[in-house]
Design a binder for this molecule. Sequence first.
Ligand code: PLP
Length: 409
Amino acid sequence: MRYLRERFEAAFMPNYGVPPLPLARGEGCRVWDADGREYLDLIAGIAVTSLGHGHPALVEAVSSQVATLAHTSNLFLHEPEVLLAERLRELLGGDGDGDGDGDGKVFLSNSGTEANECALKLAIKYGKANGRTYFVAAENGFHGRSMGALSLTGKAAIREPFGPYGIDVRFVPYGDAGALKAAVDENCAAVFLEPTQGEAGVVPPPDGYFAAARAICDATGALFVADEIQSAIGRTGTWFAFQHENARPDILTLAKGLGGGLPIGACVAFGPHGGLFAKGDHGSTFGGNPVSAAAALAVLTTIEKDALLANAASVGETLAGGLRAIDHPLLGGVRGRGLWRAAVLTGPHAPAVEAAARDAGFLINAVAPDALRIAPPLVLTAGQARSFTAAFPSILDAAAPAPTTENRA
Ligand code: PLP
């Protein structure tokens, strides 16, 4: 196992550092490392493997699609991508004309960043057509690593080293509807927001913030773009997080959980915004390829068939309740909704707690110095959630800083 890490370090650019654990295989919510040690996977490849590992429906969909037709490019169309776009339109709600389809128009990408690139290009087109010159996004937000998505990313430490970006983005404090209102006027092309800031540490805004953002955009004519790359496809107990406030955006981006582990993202634009691109304005060789589209269809079908939205909501409550019941000096609280939670610490101990959890057989993520992200597969059982919360006090003990001479008894 150590040897594999050394080879990784020698072969790869240093942008990820060297991850602590080589994983070899997975089954359901369990994974095994290269030495055969078992872990409960409570991070799901950063909120991606929604059905868990090796789900038969995903295996069957991907295997039969790859054996039938793996790739077409956008020079040709194929049925899985059409079925997927239709399914997403249905899930996003109809347009009221009674024919059962939604009014969203879909672009399929390979990743979340690319879904946001698509949204940004749509917003730029909208801005140019209407004399709107600037964009608003949130401090500490995360929208991806390409130059467009990075320009919207509020985390200064990752945005600033690669700027300037040649695009006027104004950042406002997340969750402050008054600050958002003050920042958005008739010259604003679009507002980009996450429904909960995932990479900032699973930080939800106050109730009503998304609805307020919708109203501010309605009042000024700015496009409301919801980045649901991390939150969509059941993570919060509904298909899309915006549904908690019934604040449908003009443009929605999603990715991560959609493919269940296969790379796919989507940008959906509603109403007239779905027609903003002219032929030739945007594209992707791999985007919406048949294998990823078949995987996404299997994910959506299985979530529905196995009632995984309800499971995410109820097991999420079990998980959060179990964490809230723990009385430990290192644990300050719990944030989030459904199976998208942060255990908030009283100090910057998250890397130590992540390592102690791993030693105890649980994979969680130190998303911020004082926050541990828990975003397991949507198939997590209440028993598995309880096994983690039962072990968490001793994990915290193991991670607690050694007492200093003064406070040693
Ligand atoms: N937007 C949000 C809210 C994200 O959480 C992420 C990834 O963490 C991205 C965009 C970028 O997605 P990807 O890594 O698939 O490009």
